[in-house]
Design a protein around this ligand. Structure first.
Ligand SMILES: Nc1ncnc2c1ncn2[C@@H]1O[C@H](COP(=O)(O)OP(=O)(O)O)[C@@H](O)[C@H]1O
Ligand SMILES: [Mg+2]
Length: 441
């Protein structure tokens, strides 16, 4: 089959890379490609938002399956347009994508489904919201309803902070129309985890847990980014935990969506807060996370093309999905200054020592140790023949090994072979889980 991937970051590179290794897939295309993606897929110069252009391309090239990486085209109805054109696409419809694009919709579905989540209230009026935070007088979280690219949520200690957050979202409209409505919910404590499931509308297949690192600096300090690293699986959250999340969260959510007449197809990415025995849902996303997708794709065994096609066609039962039990770790190499201002166009050195044709000592040793290392491109470009930086997040160095400690070591060793001016990375990706990993064994 021929597959089109929509998007061009590290997540989409990982998807293209895995599709390229699928026995059933003989053609991989990607909008709009990157120097890394172009090694495993053919670039297509059509914007992810140009649905008519994409549909024309898919018809002309007889693409069998389209897979969407980012949330924006999903929230804007790419799946509805493809379905109307009779084309097969993996992802939720616009209405189902509201699980991510509207926090009030998501909370309402959680309530209908009986999914455990923080107590909440929804406001369209800033004054009413302010009265509410004064009245509840406990730590809360203020969330802009719509898509705000990870900036629309303020975790507050008290009513003063909550009032400020309400003002920013609703009066100052810092997140535009996304803040016209807000959700105010109780602040929860615990350990944050991401859980992923592939859903066909009726049934779901668990991909298990990952943990990401959103803050820019070690020890979760500094402003939030798109994600500075991730690892999967998460020690201490194995099969038993997975089946609890499937029973308490994923299946009830799918049932509630079906009951609403908006069955959910695609990747359900559940943000969890776990406190002892209590599991609470913080949010849903309707696509793979980036960089969580990179370790998941590295662990994915079997034919990704066949699996996602089956799920897109509502036949999850036929999908052979298995993840290697071995842990994988992704470390993001970012531009200096990110998530603030940063320079682009800076030459990147050292990739050939990891990925290139000539095996370096590191490659040989990694092979002997059954360690796999792959560098996914998040924001790179070619200036002539030179690979240069072209975004805040530049590369995602991903390693899989026997044991989390080895995977972390391999990812950092590979990262150490790469250089560009101002390169920034977190040094503590996966570190917090290490103690637990040892305890598990
Ligand atoms: N109820 C809550 N209690 C404590 N922290 C929360 C709560 N809701 C969200 N957060 C924190 O805020 C972050 C962002 O919230 P989330 O709902 O995931 O929105 P988004 O990812 O769209 O910005 C979460 O990763 C979590 O750290
Ligand atoms: Mg989130």
């Amino acid at each position: 089959m021929k597959v089109l991937v929509v998007g061009k970051g590290g997540r989409e590179h990982a998807l293209c890379w895995r599709f390229n290794q699928s026995p059933s897939v003989w053609g991989v295309y990607c909008t709009s490609g990157s120097p890394g993606i172009n090694q495993v897929a053919k670039p297509v110069a059509i914007a992810p938002g140009d649905f008519a252009g994409l549909i024309g391309f898919v018809r002309e090239q007889k693409i069998d399956l389209t897979v969407v990486g980012p949330e924006e085209p999903l929230a804007n109805g790419i799946v509805d347009e493809f379905a109307r054109a009779g084309l097969t696409i993996f992802g939720p419809t616009r209405a189902a994508a509201q699980l991510e694009s509207s926090k009030s919709f998501a909370k309402t579905v959680m309530r209908e489904a009986g999914v455990p989540t923080a107590a909440f209230a929804i406001f369209d009026d800033a004054e009413a919201a302010r009265r509410h935070v004064d009245a509840i007088a406990r730590p809360c979280v203020v969330k802009a309803d719509g898509l705000a690219y990870g900036k629309g949520v303020t975790v507050c200690d008290d009513a003063v902070q909550a009032r400020a957050a309400i003002g920013e979202a609703m009066d100052a409209r810092r997140f535009g129309a996304a803040g016209a409505r807000i959700v105010i919910e109780d602040r929860l404590a615990g350990e944050e985890l991401s859980f992923f499931a592939l859903c066909d509308g009726d049934e779901a297949i668990a991909l298990g847990c990952a943990q990401d690192h959103k803050a820019v600096f070690d020890g979760d300090r500094g402003p939030n980014t798109g994600g500075m690293g991730a690892y999967s699986p998460v020690p201490g959250y194995g099969a038993e935990f997975e089946s609890r999340v499937m029973d308490e969260v994923v299946r009830p959510t799918l049932a509630a969506m079906r009951a609403r007449g908006v069955p959910f197809r695609g990747v359900l990415f559940v943000g969890l807060m776990v406190d002892g025995d209590r599991i609470n849902v913080l949010e849903y996303n309707v696509r793979f996370g980036d960089p969580e997708c990179e370790p998941l794709m590295m662990r994915f065994e079997g034919d990704l093309g066949e699996a996602l096609l089956a799920i897109a066609e509502g036949r999850a039962r036929d999908a052979a999905v298995r993840l290697a039990p071995r842990p994988a770790v992704a470390v993001v190499l970012a531009s200096g200054g990110y998530p603030g201002e940063y320079r682009i166009g800076l030459p990147i050195a050292g990739l050939e020592r990891i990925d290139g044709a000539a095996p370096s000592d590191a490659k040989v040793r990694w092979a002997m140790e059954r360690t796999r290392v792959k560098v996914f491109h998040a924001g790179t470009a070619l200036a002539g023949t030179t690979l240069v930086t072209d975004g805040g997040r530049v590369l995602t160095v991903t390693a899989m090994a026997d044991g989390l400690e080895r995977a972390i070591a391999a990812a950092y060793e590979a990262a150490g072979l790469i250089e560009f001016e101002g390169m920034h990375l977190r040094r503590d990706v996966g570190r917090r889980a290490l103690g637990r990993d040892a305890a598990d064994r």
